[in-house]
Design a protein. Structure first.
Length: 67
């Protein structure tokens, strides 16, 4: 992977981590306020999608080690 591509991926990882933390904080606030369970569940699904994207990008950064 080229240096520029790796820098772009790292930037995207940082953004997704922040977005994931934001969703976590929002979900916790919704739970505290007693929001609708369906809304909380939808937020958790969005958070999971972000986590999946984050994992895929992190796999691109960390090379596979062949034993």
């Amino acid at each position: 992977m080229a240096d520029q591509e790796q820098a772009d991926v790292r930037l995207m990882v940082a953004r997704l981590r922040q977005e994931h933390e934001d969703f976590d904080a929002a979900i916790n606030a919704m739970i505290q306020m007693g929001c609708d369970a369906l809304r909380i569940q939808r937020m958790k699904k969005k958070k999971l999608v972000i986590k999946d994207k984050l994992s895929k990008l992190e796999d691109q950064i960390i090379p596979d080690i062949i034993a």
